[in-house]
Design a protein around this ligand. Structure first.
Ligand SMILES: C[S@@+](CC[C@H](N)C(=O)[O-])C[C@H]1O[C@@H](n2cnc3c(N)ncnc32)[C@H](O)[C@@H]1O
Length: 192
């Protein structure tokens, strides 16, 4: 059982998580047409994916935490949403999607260059939200499963250099200090 399995039951109880997810959803919604099949990796309990689901054809969530997946599916069923989650790692996905979304997950993924390559194989459009560069104090319970202390805009440009990238700061998480959260929109650059 990993840390996120233990957290899954109470994940939605923290208003700062819900507020961050709301900011992510708000910034993604204007880009949707309504007919898309969307993959969310690191879907957690569905704070983002389940709120996007009413505005697209279908949301498929994936997460390596079984308990997060259970919670996502429980909520999807309860609210009769066109969404389903599976216990899978993003690197296992080969199916193609119109859009891939993710929030607060890539700082747990070691090889971001490999992630960029994987995303290119499965989609032409990606929305990723995560922490701006931080000092390592965000995860107050320790950094055991944290691979990156956030990301600077320059790092992101380098990691995702074969995509067209739009970048903006969309939210501040208020803890012992403020932590900025960015959203990047990656569009497949046909020239690469
Ligand atoms: C900080 S949580 C964020 C959950 C959700 N996106 C949210 O904002 O509430 C990160 C999630 O990513 C999942 N995760 C980490 N690495 C992953 C990977 N390689 N593939 C799929 N999920 C992953 C974890 O199990 C965890 O549920």
């Amino acid at each position: 059982m990993n840390r996120f399995d233990l957290d899954a039951l109470t994940w939605d109880d923290l208003p700062r998580r819900v507020n961050l997810a709301k900011a992510v959803v708000k910034n993604i919604l204007p880009h949707l047409k309504g007919d898309e099949r969307v993959l969310e990796f690191g879907c957690g309990t569905g704070l983002i994916g389940l709120n996007i689901a009413p505005f697209v054809k279908e949301v498929i969530g994936i997460d390596i935490s079984e308990k997060m997946v259970e919670k996502f599916n429980e909520k999807a069923k309860r609210f009769h949403l066109n969404a389903k989650a599976y216990k899978k790692d993003i690197f296992e996905i080969d199916e193609k999607f119109d859009i891939v979304i993710s929030s607060m997950t890539i700082h747990h993924i070691k090889n971001i260059k490999a992630l960029s390559k994987k995303l290119k194989e499965i989609t032409n459009k990606v929305f990723i939200a995560d922490l701006d560069k931080e000092d390592g104090s965000f995860h107050t319970r320790g950094n055991d499963d944290v691979c990156h202390f956030g990301f600077s805009k320059e790092e992101l440009k380098e990691y995702f250099d074969d995509w067209k990238m739009e970048y903006k700061i969309i939210h501040k998480v208020k803890k012992h200090k403020d932590f900025d959260v960015f959203l990047i929109i990656l569009t497949n650059n046909p020239a690469t």
